[in-house]
Design a protein around this ligand. Structure first.
Ligand code: HEC
Length: 194
């Protein structure tokens, strides 16, 4: 039986992560990995959102910042399974631990460019197989747009008491001033391939 092969077309070398231009990876495998990545994102997002909503209900945005500060990293790590590494990243960061690497930064910039050209951030995602430290790694990113509730903590008019608690935990915060529908950041997942 003929198997469909995909030659990866992402050719640019960004920083340490040089992309394989010639090593074929089965298209079917890439599709399966994309499916897995999307499922992990769904579960991760649902849990994060659940925590945020209940913390907002229990004590408003000041309390929700505290909860988010305590739990976001822990919830993120919990979704690392079966070889997957899961995270959130952005160009304008709140937590420096979420900083993008060169490949992620290039993808975020590509998302921004597409949005400037009229693309809907909800539809933006990127999958690629790249080489990192001599190993093939599947990488996937999905754009995160700014929704209405996000404006409480990432918007242009964040309340003074909310800003105070944000500054307390994130003295280098750059993640305010966003408008509805803008790109806030992205989910970022990776999995080493054999
Ligand atoms: C109650 C305040 C609050 C609300 C509401 C909120 N966030 Fe955040 N956000 C935070 C905090 C605090 C962090 C830092 C979490 C950490 O320590 O990893 C953060 C981090 C992030 C990050 C990770 C990148 C970075 O800058 O560190 C993304 C992406 C993000 N938020 C998107 C959103 C989106 C999209 C919404 C709306 C659905 C939202 N946030 C709503 C407080 C909030």
């Amino acid at each position: 039986m003929m198997k469909k092969k995909l030659l990866l077309s992402y050719v640019a070398c960004v920083g340490m992560a040089c992309t394989l231009a010639s090593n074929p990876v089965l298209a079917a495998d890439v599709e399966a990995l994309k499916g897995e990545a999307k499922q992990i994102i769904q579960g991760f997002f649902k849990e994060l959102k659940g925590e945020l909503v209940s913390a907002m209900k229990a004590g408003g945005p000041v309390n929700a910042v505290e909860v988010c500060h305590k739990k976001a990293q822990e919830i993120t790590a919990k979704h690392n399974r079966k070889g997957w590494k899961v995270g959130r990243t952005a160009l304008k960061l709140r937590n420096p631990k979420n900083a993008p690497d060169a490949w992620e930064k290039a993808v975020l910039e590509e998302f921004e460019k597409k949005i400037a050209e009229g693309a809907d951030p909800k539809t933006l995602a990127k999958a690629a197989v790249v080489e990192m430290d001599g190993k093939k790694v599947f990488r996937f990113m999905k754009a995160i747009p700014v929704g209405k509730p996000c404006l409480n903590c990432h918007g242009e008019k964040v309340k003074e008491e909310v800003l105070a608690v944000i500054r307390k935990h994130y003295p280098e915060d750059k993640a305010t001033g966003f408008k509805l529908g803008q790109l806030r950041g992205a989910f970022t997942l990776s999995k080493p391939l054999n």
